[in-house]
Design a protein around this ligand. Sequence first.
Ligand code: UDP
Length: 325
Amino acid sequence: MSVLVTGGAGYIGSHMTYALVDRGEKVVVLDDLSTGNRSLVSEQASLVEGDAGDEALVRRLIEEHGVDAAIHFAGSIVVPDSVAHPLGYYANNTVKSRALIEACVQAGVKHFIFSSTATVYDADAPQPLGEDAAKNPISPYARSKLMTEWMLEDASRAHDLSHMVLRYFNVAGADPKGRTGQSSPRATHLIKRAAQAALGRVPHLDIFGTDYPTRDGTGVRDYIHVGDLVDAHLLALDALRAGAPSSTFNCGYGHGASVREVIATVEKAIGRPLPVREGPRRAGDPPELIADPGRIKATLGWQPQRDDLDEIVRSALAWERRFNS
Ligand code: UDP
């Protein structure tokens, strides 16, 4: 029995792979290395360079490795790019996910875990967001994810497949053992950018909007440590293997931090001010996104271990120092 991890050379997928091998699972990583990095993949996993949408390849891997569960991280994730290149996003996220699900169904994989996003929700829905909150994905990225959720729902109804959709809020931080972290040089996410600015790798950090209707005028997000997110996947996998029904869960802590609070946390960690530049809002950014994690706690028994912005920031900085140093 082994687990197929698509996108396992990427940020979250590489953490997942370590967590799986750490508990003795056999893991096959399938990654096209377009944004992933070979060096982030645990040596105890089998790394196959290839396309998650290559049905023949996926079927062969499932058969060769005796895969019983797939965890699907591979995909494109930059929201503004998805607005500029919608068809590319639908091809890479939706069409390839369809092929992957098909290969899993045909080759007899019983369980599937899918990385979705809080951006499927209507940003105007009341916060915190429960799983049943109104949906209104605005970007092609968010739509490509919701379309894949629907494909999975339909496929699970029709075939011998059970799945879990995990809707991520703002994932940040790095492996406490320093084995992997966020490595994309083009990363756009706040904590990654702040860590780069802290180490002088980018000249300054932009604050995108200071006039939001929030406590200090900057955007508020529910930052979740990647380690807690990975734990949620392990619980989802165990539940599916134990016969749990297909379900959808939010992954966030239920409270948020503003951009200024994140900056203050980074400044505290490095002991000096960050070079920041205040600017206009970034198109499409809602003021606030906060999860209601009640369902995953009640159903899977998820208990966050690292719900601490200081720890998230410290681990992100430690990784940033190590990576490319
Ligand atoms: N943000 C910012 N400067 C940056 C990157 C992000 O001010 O360089 C803000 C962004 O407007 C949002 C929050 O930080 O309020 C989180 O943005 P991020 O891109 O990390 O994640 P998102 O919530 O967009 O997925």
